[in-house]
Design a protein around this ligand. Sequence first.
Ligand code: MN
Length: 304
Amino acid sequence: MTGTAAREAANPLGVHALVWVAGWSEPEARRAIARTHEAGFDLIEIPLLDPRSVDAAMTRRLLDESGVGATCSLGLPFEADVSNADPGVAARGEALLADAIDVTAAVGARFLGGVVYSAMGKYLEPPTQRGRRHAVDALRRAAERAARRDVAIGIEAVNRYESNLVNTADQALALVEDVGAENVVVHLDSYHMNIEESDLAEPVRRCGARLGYVHVGESDRGYLGRGTVDFGQLFRALADIGYPGPIVFESFSTVVVSPAFATALAIWRDPWQDGLDVARSARAFVETQLRPEVGDQVNGRRGR
Ligand code: MN
């Protein structure tokens, strides 16, 4: 494994748990962590859509045994949406975030990202000023709780069908600015950027040191390098800003995800059958992109 030592000094590479398993029972957690290790990743991203269902002690034990690291993520449900104009609904969202922060710390992770600022799903109207204020206030208090546990919170910019509040890096930066806490960072995802941004480099440069987490996903959320995402542009910009943070592969197929998750993210097709194959392929692809001399050759050959 040439380059491993150099890479370990740089970006930790991760894979989303939903590449492996739909749930987080002990057998599922064990399998997901083992496969993450087998595919050569440094960390697994554990979804906390229902934080109280996650056995933190079991998770921490399995992670410790394997040497695999972890980060956590979630998307809030509409009934517990911190950006809702109704203070009761926003408060339920804040309580869910508090639970998720506690579980993140309890499994030994130091990052909670995703759609933590609104519901994850298609809104039928634009955000309201009042709702955005609720989100900012909730995130400010969540950030204080997270800081006491040495956890950072990532604001993931997602496409217009998955939130109405933060669709671009600039909107994520504005929200981070308004929350005004050191441990709240921007979380970018190439799949969403490919839909909402006019290019993949300038948003990364505008984030600079505020960028704390990166998802790499292809345009069809399948195999990296087989879609329309311009990864050459993205990785050159990450190199330009000296981005030191995690790079985590996210991919969804109906062969793994639960029906509820499939409905929330409109996963109706199966871009792959074999999680290990897509993960290994992604791991190799990211490694290539992180070595500019090789990445440029690959991108050049593809006419970029
Ligand atoms: Mn993502």
